[in-house]
Design a protein around this ligand. Structure first.
Ligand SMILES: [Zn+2]
Length: 522
């Protein structure tokens, strides 16, 4: 029997039974290999992904938002393809010191001291702020959001294991990771490409005060000074965990000793992620992560965004426009769209011109989203225009191709704009819907809607129409009042019930006055 060759554009009847991930491969630029590799999860159909979450000691800034948005897209797309994704993103609520060299105060403890709060009050306040900002940007919550303070025991246990294996040493109540020792057996620096010899030469030399054997060593556990408020008992006395160990513990606890994807901002590659690899490999004898992904930074008018340069803004300032560098405010969806216009591995530059252009572009797509829902295919087609029919199918396929190409949202958006143009042609009558098959149109419109909403997380913006909605509902409310005055209760009930079905709840007030609220449609 010869094998049948499927037509180029898929036999829909057969494809229905295949998971989307079997039809659409995903390629990821793996920071570890430096290559773009086809993504093959460790367990078929399942994906484990870990992303370093925020240190909750101040308000989340836009650079963080970009990182979490990047992995929101990875999460959304893999899930859309049918993978069962377990996405773990932690909350750092202890152990992140002011300096990467294990010096300085704990960021949370410092804030607590300055504001005269309990550390956990600081943590709660800024965790809530973080969640609120994520919600505003339509960034989905992860499957698990563990906190470092909730995993102190596990951090002590892995530190013990590293001591037993000889990859760590204790000095005066603190425990440090022995990088040179580790490097003899494995290889330190494989992610960042840094050479241990160069690291030994650069930076400040150890002095007699230092407890570390080598300056490249890093803390797994730090002894707490008498005044240190965040402290836990351990085999080495009261102390607190080092910053890197929490991620090793929380990723491997929930995803296994080896898991698929680990993500974070570019600035975390070294030392944080390098240390994570060393800790997990030292403890478990195998590398923890198969695909490392790093998102790039934000710049403002070509300069690195930083507090000290006065060019960093908070999400709230961006929404209100209340900042000296901004001409006006932009909606969260506009900013989300703006960030999607660049690939996550490129830098992204904020400027008023770019934001204004994004606002216009986003409005176009948002309008097309509204329009495509109003288009009804007339059913059995008359004269099919095969060129147009094929073009629509190609556009839909191109969305998957670009998203599967290392989550290239910039190219995906370019295709969505082409699709929006076709949608407008159908709407205006430039092209008759009857010239494409119902099946093609259904696939085309579903792809457009799903990519906009489920994958890119862009919502229809309603701002311009809010006033119109008010007026239209005013007309309906008046009609209902009239119906009641005429004792035509059948009609007045019908107006109420039909509105409820589309998501508008009328409320009868005293003196026969009526108001409305927007609810979920029935
Ligand atoms: Zn981390």
């Amino acid at each position: 029997m010869s094998t049948a060759v499927l037509p180029e554009f898929a036999n829909f009847a057969l494809l229905k039974y295949m998971a989307l991930y079997e039809q659409y491969p995903v390629f990821i630029s793996n920071s570890l290999s430096g290559e773009k590799e086809e993504f093959k999860p460790l367990h078929p159909g399942q994906v484990g992904m870990y992303v370093c979450g925020p240190t909750v000691y101040n308000k989340v800034h836009l650079g963080n938002v970009r990182t979490f948005l990047t992995f929101d897209l990875v999460f959304r797309y893999l899930r859309y393809l049918g993978y069962k994704v377990r996405y773990v993103r932690n909350i750092t609520d202890v152990g992140h010191l002011e300096s990467d060299a294990d010096d300085g105060e704990d960021k949370i403890a410092k804030k607590a001291r300055l504001e005269r709060l309990e550390p956990m009050e600081v943590v709660k306040q800024y965790t809530e702020d973080f969640h609120e900002v994520m919600r505003q940007f339509n960034i989905l919550p992860p499957s698990i959001e563990p906190s470092a303070t909730g995993h102190i025991l596990e951090q002590i246990q892995i530190t013990q294991r590293l001591l037993e294996k000889g990859f760590a040493y204790e000095v005066n109540g603190s425990v440090y990771f022995d990088v040179k020792k580790y490097h003899k057996e494995y290889s330190y620096g494989i992610l960042s490409g840094r050479k241990i010899e160069d690291l030994m030469e650069s930076g400040r030399a150890l002095d007699s005060q230092d407890e570390k054997r080598d300056k490249i060593d890093f803390a797994l556990w730090k002894k707490a000074s008498p005044s240190h408020i965040m402290r836990w008992p351990s085999p080495w006395g009261d102390g607190f965990p080092g910053w890197h160990i929490e991620c090793t513990v929380m990723s491997t606890k929930y995803l296994g000793e080896t898991f698929d994807i680990h993500g974070g901002g570019m600035d975390l590659k070294f030392p944080h992620h390098e240390c994570e690899i060393a800790q997990a490999t030292g403890a478990n004898g195998k590398p923890p992560v198969r695909y490392w992904m790093h998102s790039n930074m934000l710049t403002v008018n070509g300069q690195k965004m930083s507090k000290s340069l006065g060019n960093s803004f908070l999400p709230q300032e961006l929404f209100t426009g209340n900042h000296k560098l901004l001409d006006k405010g932009y909606s969260p969806s506009t900013v989300r769209f703006f960030m999607l216009q660049s690939h996550y591995s490129s830098t992204l530059d904020f400027s008023n011109e770019a934001l204004n252009a994004a606002e216009k572009g986003y409005r176009k797509l948002s309008q097309a989203l509204k329009t495509v829902r109003q288009l009804n295919h007339p059913g059995t087609a008359g004269n099919i225009d095969t060129a147009v029919d094929e073009e629509l199918r190609k556009l839909a396929e191109a969305c998957f191709t670009h998203m599967g190409d290392d989550f290239n949202t910039a190219r995906t958006l370019a295709v969505l704009f082409e699709m929006a143009a076709r949608i407008n042609d159908f709407k205006s009558g430039n092209q008759s819907l009857a010239t494409v098959t119902a099946e093609t149109f259904s696939h085309f419109s579903k792809t457009f809607i799903d990519f906009m909403e489920e994958i890119l997380g862009l919502q229809e913006e309603t701002t311009a129409d809010d006033g119109l909605l008010d007026s239209v509902l005013g007309v309906l409310i008046d009609l209902r009042k009239k119906a009641r005055a005429d004792r035509n209760y059948a009609l007045s009930d019908r107006i109420r019930d039909d509105l409820k079905k589309v998501g508008v709840q009328l409320m009868d007030g005293k003196d026969g006055e009526m108001s409305y609220v927007i609810v979920d449609p029935e």
